[in-house]
Design a protein around this ligand. Structure first.
Ligand code: ATP
Ligand code: MG
Length: 585
């Protein structure tokens, strides 16, 4: 396996890393040790994510420390200290209680990245109700599907989104009792309340409703990359994983400014855009605006961001623009960059090192795992293209499933197989909503089969091969699209690539690549041939694409993942399937 080592021995770190010795911590770690760090703060009161995230700090000397700093489109800043966040979430929990919302009831939020979303999320947890985020750009139908399946009792939204999407759905959602409008000055009719008014009338004292570690806390729908989104159930104990991964992977330190660019409509934006940084008492930046390269660099500069958590799709967009980040902006506060959501092409890791002065640390997890599972660490050498090594407390393996219902751990360098996790960790999903059978099918014995294929090298680094559904079988080879896409991305003309297998009677499947070009590059037959030749040199003739098509906008989920299943369906003229998470420009 080819990789280039980026030395990360810790000498560049400005702070003492939280994980100085991976091997040692991995050896000594046990989840019960987290009890001492978290649960012990209020003995005998159960476990509640919001208490760990907010009250633990609000009742300490950090009470006046900024927890959340919101940047509006026009750069106006709105801040909440830990003390203020405690008061606001208490008020929201009182509002729910006044409306008769109880433990286990589902509270959905459909909103952009505005303060009310964060307050509602954490206030809901204090009331022992279940928080379920909806991405604000969803159309009415995807909103309906999720609220209906999730038994929504309360919806928090804005007046505009209510009028655009909810009003027309109301008669189809008989279980929906209350709609709380974040910006309405007065109530708007039966069950449609002005949230500011309710909040103003509510007390800022609230005793968190007692929750057990195993009580349901969060309901997250998956990204819908491979099909119909699934509702993954998470419990309060998941906060152990949020906390420990923010400690060891994101390497958060008390004075850090942290920025997670993901929207809370997706699991990353909740686990790491809301909960994890708060569990460490740091300041989180939340940008209410959409992606813009100049704006993002300005945020890194002006907010003095130390730790930045973003996604491959954003990095590829930054790579495309004609900006020399380190020459045009002061990025000297940046200490660590992480990425999740899709495979991170080696090219992007190296670009980070060259242009931002720091390599990008890839990590892997899923909606189902609730938190980071495999990662590159601040103190560990990066092998670009590898997802890294499992976090302490997580056992990951490459396994092969046998027909008799058993699994065999293979873990042999160079051998592909199912990426599996030993179940029993705190942030493991506890079910797919209303789909027990599908949930059960994910497990063989105590292994959770992730649906991704990977390999593990001799030093225990994991390498993503592809999603089970995306693997291409060509001339007796199993080809992961990621490998082909990454090779194409090394060509200077290529901005992005999506690779699929096309049924072919001679070779099983033919590798076809859809390529979007960098600005200023023109599609041509000559360029196609050049790209095929380039890929052959890198990958060999058997794996290199045999067909190339130029396509400006590759279809992506709203969370930025290339939807290969859609490229394939369109290529073959097949039904397009669930498009609820398709990004529309
Ligand atoms: P659905 O399950 O509905 O098809 P999805 O799998 O994209 O959607 P998520 O849970 O948001 O929904 O994404 C998790 C998946 O994203 C992983 O299973 C993996 O395929 C991919 N992924 C996430 N991070 C990485 C990474 N660092 N490298 C490679 N793949 C990744
Ligand atoms: Mg998935």
């Amino acid at each position: 396996m080819e990789w280039r080592l980026i030395k990360k021995s810790g000498e560049n770190c400005l702070v003492e890393p939280n994980l100085p010795n991976y091997e040692e911590t991995r050896h000594t770690f046990s989840w019960s040790l987290v009890d001492d760090e978290l649960k012990g703060w209020k003995e005998g009161q159960g476990l509640n994510i919001a208490e760990i995230a907010i009250d633990r700090h609000a009742e300490s000397s950090r009470v006046h420390y900024v927890a959340l700093r919101f940047l509006a489109q026009d750069w106006t800043v709105k801040e909440f200290t830990y003390g203020e966040l405690k008061a606001q979430t208490n008020r929201f929990a009182n509002v729910l209680q006044k409306l008769g919302i109880v433990k286990g009831d589902r509270v959905f939020v459909l909103a952009g990245r505005i303060p009310s979303l964060y307050i509602a999320a954490l206030g809901t947890l204090k009331n022992a109700s279940v928080f379920c985020p909806l991405f604000s750009a969803f159309g009415p139908e995807p909103v309906y599907q999720r609220m209906d399946r999730g038994d929504a009792k309360v919806l928090v939204t804005t007046t505009l989104l209510y009028k655009q999407k909810i009003e027309q759905l109301r008669s189809r959602l008989p279980k929906l009792q209350h709609i709380l409008l974040t910006d309405a000055e007065a109530d708007m009719g039966e069950g449609i309340w002005s949230l500011p008014q309710l909040i103003a009338e509510a007390s800022d004292e609230f005793t968190t409703v007692s929750t057990d570690a195993e009580d349901m806390a969060l309901l997250h729908f998956t990204s819908g990359t491979t099909g119909m989104p699934k509702g993954a159930i998470h419990v309060h104990k998941a906060v152990y994983a949020h906390y420990i991964t923010a400690k060891y992977v994101l390497d958060l330190h008390p004075d850090d400014i942290f920025w997670c660019t993901a929207d809370p409509g997706w699991v990353t934006g909740t686990s790491y855009g809301i909960i994890a940084p708060l569990t460490h008492g740091v300041t989180s930046i939340i940008d209410e605006a959409e992606f813009d390269a100049d704006r993002w660099y300005r945020i890194l500069e002006t907010q003095k961001v130390n730790v930045w958590y973003t996604a491959p799709t954003a990095i590829r967009r930054l790579m495309r623009v004609d900006i020399e980040p380190r020459k045009q902006y002061d990025l000297s506060h940046l200490r660590l960059i992480h990425s999740v959501g899709e495979p991170l092409n080696p090219e992007a890791v190296v670009w980070g090192e060259e242009k931002l002065g720091l390599p990008i640390h890839d990590n892997w997890w899923q909606t189902e795992t609730g938190g980071i599972m495999i990662a590159n660490y601040a103190t560990m050498d990066i092998r670009p293209g590898s997802m890294g090594r499992p976090i302490p407390g997580i056992e990951a393996a490459i396994v092969r499933r046998h027909e008799d219902g058993t699994v065999e751990v293979i873990n042999k360098p160079g051998m592909d197989g199912d990426l599996a996790l030993k179940s029993g960790f705190p942030s493991m999903f506890r079910g797919y909503l209303h789909d027990e059978e599908r949930y059960r099918k994910c497990f063989v014995g105590d292994w959770y089969i992730t649906g991704d294929l990977a390999t593990r090298d001799e030093d225990g680094y994991f390498w993503f091969v592809g999603r089970e559904d995306d693997i291409i079988k060509t001339s007796g080879h199993m080809v992961g699209p990621f490998e082909v896409e990454s090779a194409l991305m090394e060509h200077p003309a290529v901005a992005e690539a999506g690779v699929i297998g096309k049924p072919n009677p001679m070779i099983g499947e033919l590798v076809k690549a859809f390529v979007s070009l960098k600005p200023g590059q023109q599609p041509s037959e000559a360029l196609k041939l050049e790209l095929i030749g380039f890929a052959r040199q890198k990958l060999g003739a058997a794996i290199a694409p045999k067909e190339i098509a130029f396509q400006d906008n590759l279809p992506k989920t709203r969370s930025g993942k290339i939807m290969r299943r859609l490229l394939k369906a369109r290529e073959l003229g097949l039904p397009e399937g669930d498009l609820s998470t398709l990004e529309t420009n």
